[in-house]
Write a protein that binds this ligand. Sequence first.
Ligand code: DPP
Ligand code: ZN
Length: 884
Amino acid sequence: AALIRREDYVAPAYWIRTVDLTFDLDPAKTLVTSKMKVERNAAVPHGPLRLHGEELNLLRVLIDGESVSFRQEGHELIIESAPDADFSLEIRNTCAPEKNTSLSGLYTSGGGFFTQCEAEGFRRITYFLDRPDVMAVYTVTLRADKAKYPVLLSNGNLLETADLDNGRHLAKWHDPFPKPSYLFALVAADLVSREQRIRTRAGKDHLLQVYVRRGDLEKTEHAMNSLVASIVWDEARFGLPLDLERFMVVGVSDFNMGAMENKGLNIFNTSALLASPATATDADFSRIESIVAHEYFHNWTGNRVTCRDWFQLSLKEGLTVFRDQEFSMDMAATPSARAVCRIQDVRQLRAVQFPEDSGAMAHPVRPDSYVEINNFYTPTVYEKGSEVVRMYQTLVGRKGFEAGIKLYFERHDGQAVTCDDFAAAIADANPGSALSTRLEAFKRWYAQSGTPRVQARGSYDAAAQTFTLTLKQHNPATAGQPGKLPQVIPVTMGLLSREGQVLPLQLQGEAAPVGTERVLVLDEAEQTFVFTGVATEPVPSLLRGFSAPVVLDDGLSDAELLVLLKHDADAFNRWEASQRLALNRILQAVRTGEALVLDTDYLEAMRAVLRDPQLDAAFKELALTLPGEGYVAEQLDVVDPQEIHAAVEAAYQQLAAALADDWAAAYEAHQVKAGYEPSPVQSGQRALANLALSMLVLHATRTGDTVWPGRAYQRFKDATNMTERLGALAALVNAHAELAEPALQRFHALFKHEALVVDKWFALQARASEDGGKTFARVKQLLQHPDFTLKNPNRARSLLASLCMFNPAAFHRSDAAGYVLWAEQVLLLDGINPQLAGRVARAMDRWTVLAEPYRSAAREAIARVAAKPELSNDVREIVERALA
Ligand code: DPP
Ligand code: ZN
């Protein structure tokens, strides 16, 4: 397969201005008629018309009503003799939706028809210029059996419906906004909808609809509320209104992504849409809120202004993730709840993006090349891309950023543009700002892969009352990028006295202190900042709110971290101190091979957090949860997943034992008595109660006490919401308590008809803390379970991604059985759904840092997969990069 390079971009030789599509829908053979108005692009040299098409059966090609000669080469339909003047092009072809297990293009699920076109699925529906810079106005006619497919949807506004012969009916849709083909969608299925009308600020009325299968209607209230809140927020914060009369959201249970922002017709994985207190956890409720918002926000950032080419993916994804994160923070309302959102986002970034950025698949936010674009819907493009957008905001301020967004839409509405256009708009709206004066250097964030390291060292001169802070940055080599230039790194900071008092900040040369928090801009390899009038030796609080996606080494002692944990005005850095204190101890044990011992200082600090009446439950839960095993692994040059697991497990056991009475008190104190609401306050209380319960059960199973496992089982049985039920079940399963087995059986019996809950049942078992191979053995059994299937992405992920990507100690085994399972399942999956197979294949990204015997065994497994002649581009690119 060919490597596609960013620098090879050329504008298309032709534009398609309008397209009139007619679908005669049939699961075995769907007939597609496409009538296009085509125009030569005068800006590029004259050449043939080359249309993309995959897995299609071509019936005819007409230009201006006449047949025309063409040839087919690989995945292209080539017409050499296209006219110079504007012409009409008509193509007829068929495709086979029910055979389409890749879930890209037009496919069937649960007896209905659905589409997924991003990135390159439209070419599996009909021949087209399937690239995002070709934007056309679509008119779509759907014809199908009325009884089986009573609901017929496509983008835009409904023009017409009619009954046809033979029990068929039609619906005709028109989308007035020109769009790239990746935003096309159709749905034909037996669905029902929740509807709501809203009036936007301009006084226009809009119809909102959420379509799902009949039994799921009562699980759509939260999604509808989230949609309304998103619409209100985007108008209030960025002045961006809903631009369509009708906005539809549809749920489907077979879907590769979380959801898709098709213009006016978002299609959602049911896991990102359906929620009821009985079947969804607090985390699900908040994930749904942010995904509904994310897809809605794409209507402007992605749809109204789209990407010129797929290398610019972060233009829409990084920006839209940033917007959904900001939305979630604004919804959270209180400063503490905002901090909790930020902590969760950063934890996610570190857990998935940092390892990506140091592994075989490391790539810049704007990649330079790809074989399969589906492999680049990554944490780097999304989450690091969002951090890059956040840094713009940090450098120009919130108002300046809003002005930049305004200018971006004034300049580019209706266009397909690049990350450079975005950068220019934000900079041009803020002349003279810290961004504009360093714009070219700032844009290295798009070009350089890898996580920058920042080292900070302070020295205090008591006589001169100065504090000198030296910041150094180092940008380590990554796959394909040996040498790097310094990045522009905003470091938000403050100074505290040893007693925890906030100190005023005055840099040398300034006449007076400027507040107590400020942003230092590190844009050279090394810089020194001198603070004057510092009356007492300070503790620096750096990178507040995680102001840049870097690894910070601030050299702070435990005593200094304890000051930050207790007193920092920045809640993120308080949390960070809790994690650093834990990490130091875990790393010490792993590096020396000595048994982990949690000292009194640490334990008492954690006890103080747990008892602190000023702190929210949600914050306590985050501070008392130890760093994940994957994050610990990231700190090491050579990784032994079993040793890390042993150390983290030991830390949990000691934390459970030493704080046993406090855990019991916290558990009792955080019972939610009021009716269920997925609010930050209630969620925080449930999260802390769940953590406390898991600590209590863990401790009990080690001491032979049966009271807490019994109470957990009781809570599991009596719970009235999924958060508490699953929390109690997880406590039993992770501790390998005897009652885990009956609880698991009971859970399955209760929810066997709820697919999304069965997914949780699989995932919980596959993520269970490993204990002498028990978890791995269970996963092997579950692969044979009648409810398990590789055909449904949610189900496949629930077992395979959970084991291979989120349970290192169960996966990395000295007998290599985890890798054997991985190779076997990746190959099986590749025959069904290459995109998903490519995802699971990525479990081996970081094999080169593994200790022996894991390293050699991992290499062998990857080589075994790579040796298969008939791999998809998706999996081939991943395994070849791993072996490169
Ligand atoms: N649907 C995916 C997302 O919204 C890809 N655009 O991120
Ligand atoms: Zn997106």
